[in-house]
Ligand binder design. Structure first.
Ligand code: BTN
Length: 248
């Protein structure tokens, strides 16, 4: 993977999408500072300049190599890379479906995946990752954490961002071939499911389509990427992104 370091940019995802025709597959754009970092649901992603990793991985696919209905395996791949990196630091994290990374009840990493399609499936994917590394105060966010906050006592030093990114990209590359075969995708899904936040734990949710709260138990993720939740009556409910919210 080749990483291009940018000093200041609006958003590494926006820049990657603008430069998509010229960027080879497996190029990474990483910024010291984003002035308009983008999050899920049109939110802004705030990150203290020079403190955290904010980067986008560009993947380009051969004709028909990844079908559009398999796009969610990119979430598995990206999420597992971050979880494995944090494991190597001794931080136990979980994946809040589809791709938020949590340590306990605090979010340490968010992702924004933006895909382009062609007639045969996925043409390219821009995998934007914001991982909190050295930032220790989050004035605007109540439930954010970082590597430094989690390991402050053990490692009271700044983490080298370039080295941390390199480790993360190595872990990403190791699993990348799994995308290409049914067995590989099964393995990705099994590893991903094993680290799902709130799996098998009764907890409150809001069904956003029916605008109703309910208690449910996350059982897993369907092969098409939908979250499978068992409700109190034993019924199975299936949710796409933005159809369910987790209540605390
Ligand atoms: C979220 O949790 O809402 C998703 C946050 C994604 C943030 C990353 S930072 C690098 C990349 N560039 C962006 O503008 N967003 C993503």
């Amino acid at each position: 993977m080749k990483t291009l370091w940018l000093d200041t940019i609006d958003s590494t995802n926006s820049e990657a999408l603008r430069r998509l025709p010229d960027l080879p597959s497996c190029t990474v754009l990483s910024a010291r500072e984003q002035t308009a970092g983008r999050g899920q649901r049109g939110n802004t992603w705030f990150s203290e300049p020079g403190k955290n990793l904010t980067f986008s991985i560009v993947l380009k696919f051969g004709l028909g190599a990844v079908s559009a209905r398999d796009a969610h395996y990119l979430n598995c791949l990206a999420s597992l890379s971050v979880v494995s990196l944090l494991d190597s630091f001794g931080i136990r994290s979980q994946i809040k479906w589809p791709n938020d990374i949590y340590v306990g009840k605090r979010k340490i990493c968010g992702m924004l995946l933006e895909n382009t399609l062609c007639t045969t499936g996925l043409a390219a994917s821009v995998i934007g990752i914001g991982l909190n590394v050295n930032q220790t105060a989050f004035p605007r966010l109540a439930n954010a954490t970082s590597v430094a906050l989690e390991l402050g006592q053990v490692h009271p030093m700044e983490w080298d961002l370039a080295q941390t990114l390199e480790c993360l990209l190595r872990l990403f590359e190791e699993r990348l071939p799994l995308l290409s075969s049914p067995e590989g995708r099964q393995e990705l899904m099994a590893d991903y499911t094993a680290r799902l936040f709130r799996k098998d734990v009764p907890a409150p949710y809001r069904d956003l389509l029916q605008d109703r709260e309910f208690t449910g138990v996350i059982e897993g993720v369907e092969p098409d990427g939908r979250l499978r939740v068992r409700d109190a009556e034993g019924g199975k409910r299936f949710f796409r992104f933005k159809e369910i919210s987790y209540l605390l």
